[in-house]
Design a binder for this molecule. Structure first.
Ligand code: TPP
Ligand code: SF4
Ligand code: MG
Length: 489
């Protein structure tokens, strides 16, 4: 008899501090969502098998993208469909780790199918947890590779027509036909009996990881009541009466006991060469390693957020600022955010520079400098600007912000200046020019005033080192930006 548990498993964090906003105790899943049930099973298994410290849980895009909010184990978020590729790297570079790839049907069956099937065929030491809810949940209910014939979705309003869209992808059946995988089972997250079977299958998949048996796949037929426009009971009924007919539950393959523990060849691994490629030593040409800018402003950690639309060069803008800091011997982090949740919206990056170690690369409150290049970014990030913080924005497209007196606010028509220079993509360098002027006039002291123009120039040249053709245009944009802001203030 299974022991009933009411407490929260220590496979989860006590409170979900990584979750933004005020709610720190509950998950973000809708009522009746299969992800919530599977999360509970997984957290309990991690705790009971005592494998939290070695487990790396990889979550790509989909409703389960935020697993790192919840599980107290290693976690990596990866681009859509790429978990089996990243997992292969981890499993090979660190064979002591237990790699779990947690994927939805859109992620695994559509954009990521080749990554998935190749990892299965190579027999990587990983266990894939495949949540099949027959729909793209996160994006609002589009047809997935596993959507049933006749099933209505946003993108199949007349019902999936197999003659046009093909038949649903039978993932377990396909993987079971390969030689490498050792364990393949399909379960359903519906009745108590089915959930207990899912629990057993999950344990088996994790045991296989522990024993290095290679590739295991467990599929979980799962409810997405909100997108199916059903109650939770109706969604369970849909799984049991319709999905299970097409996707029968049961074990498709279990040959783990007959397989020896695998040991993959590591290949030639030269840590020094990897370091050289990833972190080329680009020391400042004009300053020694001991050089320190003396201005007061640099005595504290500085937290910068650059934000705008994708395609506006936001990430390069942050990179240029980070480079500038590196060239003057600051410790610096640059963290891009592409917004996995949806297309469009804001792209942003966080830059933190400090003379001491940087504690966290995330800038989500207490921003010292906000550079906003579109209205949504301004609306979203202005509340995070600290007292006495500096706001620099592109006045070509953003309304004059309504912010408290304690902020220093600078607007520059960066997009228009960039257009006049013949390339809208250099608006980021125009902004950088404005920033250089603002720093020099308001925050730098003594020799630093002259040094900083030089630093910005070096940073631009460094940033575009591989695209020499556009260095001159960006330098021109930089000086235009500087001149423009000089005449305004
Ligand atoms: C490269 C890329 N393409 C498309 C998207 C949009 N997108 C986000 S989630 C998703 C589908 C997720 O469906 P599924 O894997 O079934 O997960 P579920 O939310 O149903 O659990 C898509 C297409 C994206 N974020 N990135
Ligand atoms: S949209 Fe569907 S898959 Fe996503 S959390 Fe809600 S029920 Fe779960
Ligand atoms: Mg799905």
């Amino acid at each position: 008899m299974e022991k009933l548990k009411f407490g929260k498993s220590s496979g989860f964090f006590d409170t979900f501090e990584r979750r933004p906003g005020a709610i720190k105790k509950n998950m973000h899943y809708c009522p009746g969502c299969g992800h919530g049930i599977l999360h509970k099973l997984l957290a309990e298994a991690l705790e009971e098998m005592d494998i939290q410290d070695q487990t790396v849980l990889i979550a790509p895009v989909g409703c389960s993208v935020f697993t790192y909010y919840y599980f107290d184990c290693g976690g990596i978020s990866v681009p859509h469909g790429r978990a089996p590729a990243v997992g292969s790297g981890i499993a090979r570079a660190n064979p002591d780790s237990f790699v779990i790839s947690y994927q939805g049907d859109g992620d695994l069956g559509a954009i990521g199918f080749n990554n998935f099937i190749q990892a299965a065929n190579r027999g990587e030491n990983m266990t894939v947890l495949f949540v099949n809810n027959a729909i793209y949940g996160m994006t609002g209910g589009q047809m997935a590779p596993t959507t049933l014939p006749g099933q209505k979705t946003m993108t199949s309003p007349q019902g999936r027509d197999p003659l046009t869209e093909g038949y649903p992808l039978k993932v377990c059946e396909t993987v079971a036909a390969l030689d490498s995988p050792v364990y393949v089972e399909r379960c359903a997250l519906t009745s108590y009996k089915n959930i207990m079977q899912a629990k057993k299958a999950l344990r088996k998949g994790l045991e296989n990881l522990k024993n290095r048996k290679g590739f295991s796949l467990i599929e979980f037929l799962s409810g997405c009541p909100i997108n199916l426009k059903m109650t939770t009971d109706e969604a369970d009924h849909f799984i049991e009466e319709r999905m299970m007919k097409y996707f029968p539950i049961g074990k498709f393959k279990d040959i783990a006991d007959d397989r020896p523990a695998i040991s993959k060849h590591l290949g030639i691994f030269e840590p020094a060469a990897v370091k050289r490629i990833l972190y080329p030593n680009r020391q400042s040409s004009s300053k020694s390693k001991d050089f320190r800018n003396k201005s007061e402003i640099f005595t504290k950690e500085r937290r910068i957020k650059c934000a705008g639309f994708g395609g506006q060069g936001i990430l390069s803008l942050g990179m240029m600022i980070a480079n500038m800091a590196r060239l003057r011997n600051f410790n610096v982090t640059w963290l891009p955010s592409y917004g996995p949740e949806m297309r469009g919206g804001t792209a942003n990056c966080s830059v933190v520079l400090s003379r001491d170690d940087v504690g966290s690369p995330i800038v989500d409150k207490d921003t010292n400098l906000l550079i906003a290049m579109n209205q949504p970014s301004m609306d979203k990030f202005l509340p995070e600007l600290k007292k006495n913080g500096v706001l620099l924005y592109d006045s070509s497209s953003i309304e004059v912000p309504n912010c408290s007196e304690d902020k220093k606010v600078f607007g520059i028509n960066a997009a228009e200046i960039a257009e006049d220079l013949g390339d809208h993509r250099v608006a980021n360098s125009v902004i950088l020019g404005a920033l250089s002027f603002i720093l020099r006039d308001y925050f730098l002291e003594g020799d630093d005033k002259a040094d900083f123009d030089k630093t910005f120039e070096e940073a631009i040249i460094d940033c575009f080192a591989n695209k020499k053709g556009i260095v001159d245009l960006n330098l021109k944009a930089f000086y235009k930006g500087k001149a423009a802001v000089e005449t305004c203030f």
